[in-house]
Design a protein around this ligand. Structure first.
Ligand SMILES: Nc1ncnc2c1ncn2[C@@H]1O[C@H](COP(=O)(O)OP(=O)(O)OP(=O)(O)O)[C@@H](O)[C@H]1O
Length: 901
């Protein structure tokens, strides 16, 4: 059987592929048809741009043709009229119009046959449409312009026909002529003239909304004479001193567009008539600081009184002679007291100088912190010598009069308010026309996006004005929120913030910066009723809200504060405002400040009140801490202080410092058992970023610990930084600082890092800030206190008698330092000699040198350095500088090593 060669059978798959490859003409046709997608084309941005360009060119073409027609109509008119059918195509016809036969024909059509000179309005229509299409933005409202142009064409053409009925030039065109002659026959000449005048004027008013101002009578800011109950003020209308930037009172009436419906007035708002704007300018709560307001019952004209008068605040404290006074010296006082007791005579200082008889108990450090706690107990305690100690410790002092911590410095006078300046007139001068203009622009912008609103009201604050709008039913809030940039563009203003919705109000807020900003002076805040008469433990006056309400809060309730913002936006001023408010309200016995200032210059101003208000580490010279190593020690010392205080609280059965101090004041706690009056401690860190960068976790950990636990024992932290990045303001820090202040920052990310919300990037600087407090974000204008004012306040305190020394924090000894001091020779690192040689050869006592040259980790290099210090090869740590090398030559070193144990 012969082998038959089988014919290769092509695989089926290939067959299929071949089939597939064959073009199907029907399908191809379909494909090609689908490619021309008109919908897509219409949506294409380029199509709009082309149409925009065409529209713009058309407007230019028409404009040139029409203008040319004004000069050439005489020559061209006959040619068009005689050859109307073939005019455009007959090359024989020569015309004078700049744009040739087409120009002449179109002008003839629009001007002669149509609307006369009014035809120029067509140019504006094509121009507006062109611009909108080209930029793909609603820069002009086409709909509105179409309305104006239609009416404009009719009114202008009829008016021109009527006025120039006998002229040869077709001023009003055929349309104008027709309507005018009909009106003439219907109303007569006088009737037509009157009608045209009325319609023309109405048209102008409708389109341009001119302001008809009577010759202005100069007005002066309305002076509020005195406060009457609640928000009703007696207004002294003396207009003799003019305020040029203020509009006349009658102009303060602010109208909204006619489609904005009036609504029922709410409490606190002023609502007048139909569709009229509400201006809500609240009254300052203190009777001494009264702000302008809009009068409620305005008889004829709506009055916008935007002005504030600050009366001289009554001095808190009588002026006193601030003589140089001898400081209270602990040891001297003690000695004097003992000697006087021994001799049986009262010390001559008994009245003025409190006497410390007891060794003030400190849990960790056996040194007095400040003379206190025993002023009234001295007689009792002086008899202790004869009694057994235990008996004395159990003694009940509750029958004694209450303890008074301020008696230690009983003649201490709080700083006078006169030291502070008013910084300008403090008048809020809001130009009524500015309000009107902003309001109109907001309404127009929203309208351009088909958003209608029911109501708009304005609240004028020191730096920004808050426009509150109630959108019409069915408008989505997110649409308004998305228009932030468009509104900013239309108002041509920086720092616009949209709050949609305003929490708890049901309105949408648009904050627009005022052209003229008002400085909020510290003096106004400190003289306010709210600051003078509050029961806060640590009152701090931060600034003013948009409704001019003073923002005064209790730092103890915050309980810690984080301040961040780009450089130069008002952080230092804010810190000073907080510190000054504390100095105005607290006695040196009630408050101690721990000031950390890596920048070295910001807080140094407070160094003069060391013996009154500052706390420091034992053995330190400077109370204001600038060195990172000392910062770590101080923070750890504060942690020890916190633990000590918790022990005291536990012993006393008190849950917090307030309860504890109450018990101590009522003499229910025995000083013999270590109890004492506990002052609040406020830790201020200016430039936290610098510390984190140099010491990292070593700083972050004690800060986090203090922030978590210290509030109950009266230790509160204020931390400021100009670098609000996530590696500085970490999650741990943020979790423990619920109250945060953001000054202007450069990006939304920074704002989110500080506040967990955007907005701080929209601020306008110079103390404009957002504070996140109690879960709410509020915009404030920070109080302004100038450096010379702070200096004066500090001086007025420093001139008075203080304690003999600053408040002593417990001593903190670094474990590492201890280790290095007494390490076991047997535990010496095998690389010890090599490291010693390296150091001596280079004559540089630096850990990083050992690390680099010997390729060791930081910890081992550090341990080696400690051992070298213990062995006397290098000197002690000098902070950021290299240690001193004690051995100068290698030979010396060899000899030294040989003699070592
Ligand atoms: N509340 C305020 N009212 C008016 N002006 C202010 C206010 N706060 C700050 N300014 C202005 O801004 C300037 C800078 O403020 P400040 O020194 O507090 O900024 P800063 O953020 O601390 O800057 P830096 O981080 O560089 O120290 C001030 O000199 C002052 O002119």
């Amino acid at each position: 059987m012969a082998n038959k060669l089988k014919k290769p059978v092509p695989p089926k798959v290939e067959e299929k592929e071949v089939k597939k490859a064959k073009p199907d003409p029907e399908k191809l046709k379909q494909d090609r048809e689908e490619k021309v997608d008109f919908k897509q084309l219409a949506k294409d941005e380029r199509t709009w741009k082309i149409m925009g360009t065409v529209s713009l060119l058309l407007s230019v073409f028409l404009f040139i043709a029409f203008i040319s027609y004004l000069f050439t109509w005489k020559e061209d008119q006959d040619k068009v009229l005689n050859n109307e059918a073939s005019f455009l195509w007959d090359d024989e016809i020569k015309v004078s119009n700049l744009l040739g036969r087409l120009g002449a024909y179109i002008s003839h059509f629009f001007i002669y046959r149509g609307f006369g000179i009014a035809s120029l309005l067509f140019c504006s229509f094509f121009f507006i449409t062109g611009i909108n299409l080209l930029t793909n933005q609603k820069i002009f409202s086409v709909k509105r312009n179409l309305r104006y142009i239609t009416f404009g064409l009719l009114i202008t053409s009829v008016s021109f026909s009527f006025l120039f009925s006998s002229a040869a030039f077709p001023f009003g065109g055929r349309v104008g002529d027709m309507i005018s002659s009909w009106l003439n026959s219907f109303l007569g000449i006088a009737g037509t003239a009157a009608l045209l005048l009325v319609v023309g004027l109405s048209y102008i008013i409708w389109q341009f909304n001119p302001t008809f101002r009577l010759p202005e009578k100069p007005i002066k800011p309305v002076k509020v004479e005195e406060e009457v109950d609640d928000e009703v003020l007696t207004v002294d209308q003396d207009y003799s001193k003019a305020q040029p930037e203020m509009a006349p009172v009658s102009d303060a009436k602010l109208f909204v567009e006619e489609d904005v419906k009036p609504v029922v007035p709410e409490k606190g708002n002023i609502l007048k008539g139909d569709g009229e704007m509400i201006v809500n300018i609240p009254v300052q709560e203190t009777p001494k600081n009264v702000f302008e307001l809009v009068e409620k019952n305005i008889p004829e004209e709506e009055r916008l009184i935007i002005n504030q008068t600050v009366e001289e605040p009554e001095p808190l404290i009588e002026e006193q002679e601030l003589d140089e006074v001898e400081p209270l010296t602990y040891n001297e006082t003690e000695r004097t007291h003992f000697s006087s007791m021994e001799s049986g005579n009262e010390s001559e200082h008994d009245d003025a100088i409190p006497t410390l008889v007891l060794q003030t108990p400190v849990v960790h450090v056996e040194r007095p912190r400040f003379p206190s706690a025993a002023t009234d107990l001295k007689l009792e305690i002086n008899r202790v010598e004869d009694k057994p100690i235990d008996e004395e410790r159990e003694k009940d002092y509750s029958d004694l009069p209450p303890y008074e911590p301020t008696l230690d410095l009983r003649d201490y006078k709080y700083p006078s308010l006169d030291i502070l300046e008013s910084h300008g007139s403090e008048k809020i001068v809001q130009d009524a026309s500015e309000l009107e203009m902003h309001k109109n622009q907001i309404i127009t912008t929203l309208k351009n996006y088909d958003i209608t609103i029911q109501r708009i009201s304005a609240t004028v604050g020191p730096t920004v004005t808050l426009y509150e709008i109630v959108p019409a039913a069915g408008v989505r809030i997110s649409r308004i929120k998305n228009l932030e940039d468009d509104i900013a563009l239309s108002l041509a203003a920086l720092g616009i913030r949209i709050i949609a919705p305003i929490p708890g109000k049901g309105t949408i807020g648009i904050e627009v910066p005022n052209v003229k900003k008002t400085v909020v002076s510290m003096r106004t805040l400190l003289s306010s009723e709210k600051f003078q008469h509050n029961t806060f433990s640590l009152p701090i006056a931060i600034g003013k809200k948009i409704d001019n309400d003073n923002f005064i809060v209790d730092l103890a309730a915050m309980p810690h504060l984080l301040m961040a913002g780009a450089t130069g936006q008002g952080k230092s001023v804010g810190l000073n405002a907080i510190l000054v408010s504390l100095l105005y309200k607290k006695h040196p016995s009630q408050l101690k400040l721990v000031l950390i200032d890596p920048k070295k210059v910001e807080l140094s101003i407070y160094r003069h009140i060391e013996k009154h208000f500052l706390a420091k580490l034992p053995g330190e010279e400077e109370a204001i801490i600038t060195d990172t190593k000392k910062v770590i020690n101080t923070l750890n010392a504060l942690c020890i202080e916190m633990d000590n205080r918790y022990d005291l609280l536990k012993e006393a059965g008190a849950r917090n410092i307030k309860e504890y101090n109450d018990k101590f004041i009522k003499r229910r706690l025995n000083p013999q058992k270590g109890h004492q009056y506990l002052p609040f401690i406020v830790l201020v860190v200016d430039e936290f970023a610098d510390l984190i960068m140099t010491a990292g976790k070593e700083v972050e950990m004690p800060i986090a610990r203090l922030a978590q636990l210290a509030r109950a024992v009266g230790i509160h932290l204020i931390i400021a930084t100009q670098r609000p990045s996530v590696n500085i303001i970490t999650g741990t820090i943020k979790a423990n600082f619920p109250a945060r202040i953001a000054f202007k920052v450069s990006s939304k990310i920074d704002s989110r890092t500080i506040l967990d919300a955007g907005g701080a990037e929209q601020l306008i600087g110079k103390g404009d800030m957002l504070i996140s407090y109690n879960g709410e974000i509020v915009r404030l204008q920070c109080a302004f206190v100038d450096t010379p004012e702070v200096e004066e306040v500090v001086d007025s305190i420093a001139r008075q008698r203080g304690y003999s020394q600053a408040f002593m924090l417990p001593e903190y000894v670094d474990e590492k330092e201890l280790e290095s001091k007494d390490f076991d020779v047997a535990d010496r690192d095998p690389l010890f000699e090599e490291a010693a040689r390296l150091i001596v050869q280079n004559q540089v006592g630096s850990t990083s040198l050992i690390q680099r040259r010997m390729k060791l980790g930081y910890n081992r290099a550090g341990r080696l350095m400690d051992q070298l210090e213990a062995a006397g090869v290098v000197g002690p740590n000098l902070g950021s500088k290299a240690r001193e090398v004690m051995i100068k030559t290698e030979a010396e070193l060899l000899e030294y090593l040989e003699n070592m144990p």
